[in-house]
Design a protein around this ligand. Sequence first.
Ligand code: GLU
Length: 311
Amino acid sequence: MVEILEKYVGRLAPSPTGALHLGNVRTFMIAYLRARSLSGRIILRMEDLDHPRDKPGADLQAIEDLRWLGFEWDEEYVQSKRKALYKDALGKLLSHTPYPLAYPCICSRKDVEAAQSAPHQGEQLYYPGICRDRFSSWAQASNVKINPCWRFRVDNDDIISFKDNFAGIFEMDVAKTLGDFPLARDEFGAGYTLAVVVDDAAMGVTEVVRADDLLAATPPQILIQRALNLPTPQYCHVPLVVGEDGKRLAKRHGDTRICALRAQGLRKKEIIGTLAASCGWIEKGEDATLEELIPLFDLSTIPHEPFIWRM
Ligand code: GLU
């Protein structure tokens, strides 16, 4: 049995880079029911630091879609309003002794882009530390090339192992696998990887439930937690929703945006029912509300393979 901390705090962390679709909602449904079935609290955190990929209005649309589907949360935060905290955390990494744990890097555009978004599987690149000890400040780096990024300095023995509550034991030799991974593309540290660590700790999140394409992003996050003396929450990475081609849900798999399904006349009970059936809690074709699913929630019936969405 998994040891659950007494006061469970979970979170839903949408990125307003596009409309909420069935894939996001299945993960949020699992996160939500996990918290509610343990009488826990739920935080809604809008992760809007991904300029220019963020789409205007997508944040409000995501909130409306979630409310329409029956999600309720106890606290709500917006990352773009919390930049002072990320700046402070970056300052701590920079003043670490005997050497700073973050440094500016001017390497390829692709690497730099990966610094700002959540690094979903397949997007993580090995970085051999070319810019280590190269610049004494961000200003110096940005004189050489516009848009540098901050990287975290990984030690050779930084091997991370943790027991994921769904995926099981996960281990990574971060120095060999990722090298000095990107922290943020913003001068003051406002980027996904640093912000997610700062916020999960500041908001008292006890378990992170998210899609398993972020499993490999977890060891770097644990390294940052340790560097900043922050607690490590429990993790629970659940399978993605994919199309029939095995690829993560995208436009070519049909319009699975919640706002589009709603406009087509689908009822929220049908949408939640379909997703709940994919987790083994009800029969296929049955309707359900989130409220009705709280007593039926069971992590152990969720298949370990990706859920294939058939149009
Ligand atoms: N906002 C991130 C995304 O939508 C999720 C990050 C997380 O759950 O840690 O990709």
